[in-house]
Design a protein around this ligand. Sequence first.
Ligand code: GRG
Length: 309
Amino acid sequence: METPHIWDRLKGRQQAVEFALRESLDRLCADSPASLQQAMAYSLLAPGKRLRPLMTILACEAVGGTEQAALPAACAVEMVHTYSLIHDDLPAMDDDDLRRGLPTCHKKFGEALAILAGDGLLTLAFELLASSYPAKIASVNVLELARGAGASGMVAGQTLDLLAEGRITSETPLPSQTADSLADIHQRKTGALFRAAMRIGVIVGLNNEKLPRVNDLEPLTVAGKFADAFGLAFQITDDLLDAEGTAENTGKRVGKDAERGKLTYPGLLGVPESRKRAEELVRSAQSFATMLGSEPLAQLAEFILQRNR
Ligand code: GRG
């Protein structure tokens, strides 16, 4: 059972995210072809947990900012996340039929439109960031999101994952798969976007016209550390859900990892040790949430241990 009150507590913010996603899409894509708008809206507005935008909002609030100020940035992060899901589900990648409890974008609209919907959401995220904040904040946040999503972040993680599975061939020999290489893949594939979500929230919340070099900002460092621990714990429980969950709860196909002989945490460490590792990481994330003075972020981390979706 999930802790009920974290979602009760976050419901208002989740609804604000849903509203802002719809509003941003309508406003910024008013001129787009109707079929493209439909495919983008179908995936973006499907029932996701909205973890990343919630992190952006909570990180912003933790340093004194408001939900209202964080919303465009939060939506931008969710747009990038949704693009990654659409592209990940394509036959050339993970080849999935079910996502967020619905047929995947390419099953509903065909591959060409699904690719374009992903492209549209990725670029829309940067348009939204760039057009919603003063130039200095916008440029720092564009950099954060590009780093998290790009060829050293999420796209790198996806590439390494497909290389490890043998779905991309390589002329250079692959390093042997260890707990460290698995952590590196996940840190990039999933962790980098959580990291961007948190750091962007802090940057908006500080709203500091004289932003020092990004890496010197103390709350930014703590937010990044929270995200790293959160992201790895999230991935371990994602692996556990793939091994033990149901499609009904998760809204996506399960059992894929074993089917493909993929290296996972339960496969590498066993289920009890994976659970223990996830718990340690959640406690570590919670200590960083406490440093930020954010009880909701600590509760969000607790959700990872109890999630069934
Ligand atoms: C295609 C560049 C590119 C990247 C894809 C995110 C990703 C990389 C692949 C998704 C496959 C996957 C299951 C990754 C593991 C963790 C993850 C990102 C799960 C989905 O995130 P949730 O649970 O999803 O937050 P919702 O639907 O709730 O938003």
